[in-house]
Design a protein around this ligand. Structure first.
Ligand code: GDP
Ligand code: IMO
Ligand code: MG
Length: 423
């Protein structure tokens, strides 16, 4: 009887989840997404090729690995089919390797339009959403208006679609100044609905539990990051799903006691795309260096990512709340040339000490930094822990001591091969 291992982001997303899922998926029979939707952009790089996965799990390129889109995911058929075509062009038989939960909710063209209308109405206060319709789709799910993947096969699906679309069109009258082109999204979406019927729709919760009972190794792939969690992130500047380990239970239908290892991924610094609090954000040349060397531009929207130092206060909190068993450090190679590296170890707010990432985090939080000597060594070619410079090992040791969690994998470049596993 196996448990489900989980990989999830500990910061504001884009930690490098796709790369690690791709790297370690040969150890697993199944890779399953459990929340989020095409707001995710998970980059993979191998054999001179690059891919960005939005809805399809990042295990799809591995032979013998089955991939599941779980019930907690919101699916836009048009975006999914585009992605499938790109993967098929690389010779992968996606239809035989991808299973989709009948319970996963659909993102309608009008969800995307509502997302855009709501964001533009918020002006400066906007979330900075990816405009993929994530918020409106999850609102319909919890409001109990949503359509699900399994509904596609119902004889009256078109009527149900029309009814929900009309509801959305009525809602759009709240935004009289917002112009939109429904036909642009609707044509491809309806065509994709037909194409999607060739895929296997399953009761994924039953599949996953049967698989575990039969010793099948499953890896759950998180999207976004813990600081974007709907409950514990920097609300309201968050996404609309539970991105934390608890989301695996509701997003795949497994019991808490069946969650195994929780692999928490973090960058050796911090990034955030979209609006909202970011205590260690750098507005200076160092921030620009991180962005430039780290190629910190959104994999889904192309937006420049905001960059800053590692935030240990927030990291300790997300490690605890996720029950992280092993840490995975990404992109330290970006700081190879840095003379000094800083980490926020506490905050000050209105003159008071603060050792917690508060519910009302805002610009009044001032980070208190600890400074480290840079390693001034190119890490990209290193493949064994012993070969890392001492200054880098010290940085890792500090993170382990603070979080109480071992750093088991260190990624030193975007390619699948640029990785160091520690025993
Ligand atoms: P995800 O959403 O968590 O899968 O992360 P993204 O793919 O959105 O962003 C991570 C970015 O960093 C991608 O461009 C990756 O190719 C790149 N990347 C991943 N790991 C490393 C690494 O160790 N070093 C460097 N320099 N780049 C990396
Ligand atoms: P991956 O899986 C980084 C951010 C958006 C916005 C907020 C809400 O690649 O790590 P949404 O479209 O979900 O309503 O946007 O969340 N966001 C992400 N930021 N990585 C992601 O996914 C993100 N998905 C959403 O920028 O601030
Ligand atoms: Mg991403």
């Amino acid at each position: 009887m196996k448990k489900v291992d989980v990989i999830l982001g500990l910061q504001w997303g884009d930690e490098g989840k796709g790369k690690i899922v791709d790297s370690i998926s040969p150890k697993y029979d199944v890779v399953a997404r459990f929340q989020g939707g095409p707001n995710a952009g998970h980059s993979l790089k191998f054999d001179g090729d690059s891919f960005v996965m939005h809805t399809v799990p990042s295990g799809i390129f591995r032979e013998g690995t089955l991939n599941i889109i779980g019930n907690g995911v919101v699916v836009d058929p048009a975006i999914l089919m585009d992605e499938v075509r790109q993967i098929e062009a690389k010779g992968v038989d996606v239809k035989s390797k991808l299973l989709i939960s009948k319970r996963a909710n659909l993102i309608l063209p009008t969800h995307r339009i509502l997302d855009g209308a709501s964001e533009s109405a918020m002006g400066k206060g906007k979330i900075g959403s990816t405009l993929k319709g994530i918020g409106p789709a999850y609102m319909d799910k919890t409001g109990r208006y949503g359509l699900r993947i399994g509904d596609i096969l119902l004889p009256d699906f078109k009527d149900r679609y029309e009814a929900l679309k009309q509801r959305h069109l009525r809602m759009l009258t709240m935004y009289p100044d917002y112009s939109y082109d429904l036909a642009k999204f609707e044509g491809p979406w309806l065509a994709a609905i037909e194409e999607l019927k060739q895929f296997r729709f399953i009761e994924s919760e039953r599949y996953v539990n049967d698989a575990m009972n039969n010793d099948v190794a499953i890896l759950a792939e998180g999207a976004q990051g813990s600081l974007l969690d709907i409950d514990f992130g920097t609300y309201p500047f968050v996404t609309s799903s539970n991105t934390m380990a608890s989301g695996v239970c509701t997003g795949l239908g497994i019991a808490p006691s069946r969650v195994g290892n929780v692999y928490g991924i973090f960058k050796a610094y911090c990034t955030r795309v979209g609006n909202g609090p970011f205590p260690t954000e750098l507005f200076d040349e160092t921030g620009d260096r991180l962005r430039k060397i780290g190629c910190e531009f959104g994999a889904t929207t192309g937006r420049a990512r905001r960059c800053g130092w590692l935030d240990m206060v927030a990291l300790k909190q997300t490690v605890t709340m996720n029950g992280v068993t092993e840490l995975i450090m990404m992109k330290p190679d970006v700081m190879d040339d840095f003379e000094t590296i800083k980490v926020a170890v506490s905050y000050k707010r209105h003159g008071e000490d603060l050792d917690y990432f508060p519910y009302d985090a805002d610009d009044s939080i001032q980070p208190v930094y600890k400074e480290f000597r840079g390693w001034k060594t190119a890490l990209g070619g290193i493949r064994a822990w012993e070969d890392f410079p001492q200054a880098f090992k010290d940085y890792v040791a500090f993170i382990e001591a603070e979080t109480g969690c071992p750093v088991k994998i260190i990624s030193v470049g975007p390619d699948r091969s640029e990785i160091v596993f520690r025993n």
